[in-house]
Design a protein around this ligand. Structure first.
Ligand code: ATP
Length: 469
């Protein structure tokens, strides 16, 4: 086998690698362009049969690790549409802006901070006016070489309206983060579940941001899913709990197979922190052709949100200790994007090597994430006795794992290549030996082929389940 295609310092081949991943994702049913037959809709992508399987596996594993395996976490599924007062209280109506400039010739819009960063300028803590001055002073142009408009702020929340009575409809927003759904339900969860502090509320759900310049495949889109936790702590304990959750986030990235050298923790400098945060770490992934960029965020949000909602709604957001002490908890927020996690997993898994003198592409996905856990096929599809036996093995495994593929197209070599390309960890073939026709001692054994090594072993059917596990 030769090396993985990903080699540091070879940006060209890395960019190429990303293109290959995007092409594979389309060809093999992972990700399609949103509304493709109508020319698409910028910033939207649709997950195909294998994409939704991988996505569901990511979310299931996340829920298992952060909710089901712990005693201090509670789940929630809040509405996407929320009373507009939520966003006034949280500060989103007034401050959820990104800085925008336009190419004065083409009208194309860009994020000012991204344009400057790409030009090697450190924009941490810079105001809009300061960025505007730099553009003017240095005569920075659009990527097409045209002059840029003055910079202005652009609110990223999608507006819509609720109600069926003309004139009485009121404006609401598609939530730009799932977090506020948790804060507004804080009291409900405390009252119904009586959790002991520290505890967290976890949620997986869609969020919408009218990104100025959606780009880089699933990395910056206008509709995406988040997996978020608001972890409520006593103020005096925030640092201790911050370190614990930070370790949990590291464990998560390991669990989904991201290698330590491709993950970096970036301490957001004090002058670049969001107004509500006293400390934020971005977990960055080394995306091929792009370099390190945010995969997940981890913020200490103090008591900002609960306090604001308490002031605006008049409802107490205090936690009451058994001894009667009342206080507003402080909050730590691990926040993961499903799409960016999905992308990082594919980048990590994408591998090219040589097998039997042929170049092959495969996804080295961990078994707990692979769309199919295993594929089953009869050696020949026109031999009913092989098909019947293979169907029995398929049904047995399907009852256990659920995500089992039946594959009888083409010859066995082609099936292996196809399953390699979508990351199926093992392929099982039922042949004449399984039927005991050639070597009686091999009756009721099957060939199990390993995706990564290509090695094949004979396993007794009754041992298959434990072998695969
Ligand atoms: P960025 O700085 O890249 O715009 P952010 O700091 O605004 O991201 P957060 O508000 O911290 O992002 O959101 C938490 C997570 O949600 C991010 O770490 C990312 O994984 C995901 N996310 C945010 N915006 C997008 C987007 N437009 N497309 C895809 N995922 C996103």
């Amino acid at each position: 086998m030769t090396d993985k295609i990903k080699q540091n310092n070879e940006t060209q081949s890395e960019a190429n690698c990303m293109e290959k991943i995007v092409a594979l994702a389309k060809r093999r049913g992972f990700v399609f362009q949103g509304s493709e037959i109508y020319g698409g809709l910028k910033g939207t992508w649709d997950y195909g049969p294998l994409g939704v399987a991988l996505n569901n596996n990511i979310k299931r594993e996340w829920w298992k690790m952060f909710v089901d395996s712990r005693e201090d976490m509670y789940g929630l599924d809040a509405s996407i549409l929320m009373n507009a007062k939520v966003w006034e209280a949280s500060g989103h109506t007034a401050t959820f802006f990104d800085p925008l400039v336009e190419d004065t010739k083409t009208g194309e819009r860009f994020r000012v901070d991204h344009l400057l960063k790409e030009g090697g300028i450190d924009v941490a803590g810079m105001t809009l006016a300061e960025m505007d001055t730099i553009i003017k002073d240095r005569e920075i142009k659009s990527p097409q070489g045209n002059p840029l408009s003055p910079a202005r702020q652009f609110n990223m929340m999608f507006e819509t309206s609720v109600g069926a009575t003309a004139g009485l409809d009121s404006t609401v927003y598609l939530r730009p983060e799932t977090a506020q759904g948790i804060f507004v339900n804080f009291k409900n969860v405390v009252d119904s579940m009586s959790p002991k502090i520290p505890f967290g509320i976890a949620q997986i759900g869609k969020a919408f941001r009218n990104e100025i310049a959606p780009r880089e495949w699933l990395f910056r889109v206008r509709e995406f899913e988040q997996m978020e936790i608001e972890y409520f702590v006593r103020e005096s304990e925030w640092e201790k709990q911050f370190e614990k959750l930070r370790l949990d986030m590291q464990k998560w990235h390991k669990h989904i197979g991201l290698s330590a050298e491709n993950i970096r923790e970036y301490e957001v400098p004090a002058n670049d922190l969001a107004h509500y945060s006293k400390r934020t770490i971005d977990f960055e992934y080394n995306f091929p052709g792009k370099g390190f960029d945010e995969l997940a965020g981890f913020a200490y949000r103090t008591d900002h949100d609960l306090k604001k909602h308490m002031e605006a709604s008049g409802v107490s957001m205090e936690y009451i200790e058994p001894d009667g002490t009342r206080f507003i908890p402080h909050v730590l927020e691990p926040s993961f994007g499903v799409g960016r996690t999905f992308t990082a997993i594919l980048c990590e898994a994408y591998t090219e090597d040589e097998m039997n003198g042929e170049v092959r592409t495969y996804l080295k996905l961990p078994a707990h994430l692979a769309p199919y856990r295993v594929a089953v096929s009869p050696l020949l599809r026109n031999k009913p006795e092989l098909v019947e036996k293979a169907r029995a093995v398929f049904s047995m495994l399907k009852a256990e794992f659920g995500n089992v593929a039946w594959d009888d197209n083409g010859n066995v070599g082609k099936r292996y290549r196809r399953q390699d390309e979508i990351g199926t960890p093992a392929c099982i073939v039922i042949d004449f030996e399984t039927l005991g026709q050639e070597k009686p001692e091999l009756k009721d054994t099957v060939t199990v082929r390993n995706r990564d090594t290509g090695e094949q072993v004979r396993v007794v059917i009754s041992d298959l389940m434990s072998y695969l596990k």
